[in-house]
Design a protein around this ligand. Structure first.
Ligand SMILES: [Cu+2]
Length: 152
């Protein structure tokens, strides 16, 4: 299953707010009560969270943490998730998912060097919780190649 080259555009579909088809005349229509009761928007619906994300691995940053692993979205929705992992480094890496306690939920998948234009796709179903995305090669996570992902 090789995804088409060109890379999936970074999600971010702007919320095209469906205009509320203005049916005129309706006196007893749905009254839209705007609940603007605070500055911060609390996440209530998990439906709006993405279930597909990109993960960028790199090994060419600057010291002391030259390695990095960055998910494009966080948090993400629970359930079936599609991780598209890219390697912008010069060495091969892996991609694995652990639970917060270290229990492995996704075995390491190789993400070879040169994998910067085409993603290695990993499909996994995750329950709500906190997970660690990481490269499992010796020392790499310690050099920065890991990230915490919230699934809700
Ligand atoms: Cu690595």
């Amino acid at each position: 299953m090789t995804p088409p080259a060109g890379g999936t555009p970074g999600a971010g579909t702007p919320g095209a707010g469906t205009p509320g088809a203005g049916t005129p005349g309706g006196a007893t229509g749905a009254t839209t009560t705007s609940t603007t009761s605070g500055a911060t928007t609390t996440t209530t619906t998990s439906q709006s969270l993405p279930s597909r994300l990109e993960v960028d691995e790199n090994d060419q940053g600057s010291l002391p943490t030259p390695y990095s692993l960055s998910p494009s979205h966080n948090p993400v929705a629970a359930g079936k998730l599609e991780f598209n992992v890219y390697n912008f480094g010069q060495d091969g890496h892996t991609f694995a998912i652990h639970e917060a306690d270290g229990h492995q939920v996704q075995a390491p998948v190789a993400v070879p060097a040169g994998q910067s234009g085409t993603a290695v796709t990993v499909n996994v179903t995750l329950r709500p919780g906190t997970y660690v995305l990481l490269c499992t090669l010796p020392g790499h996570a310690g050099l920065g190649m890991h990230a915490t992902l919230t699934v809700q």
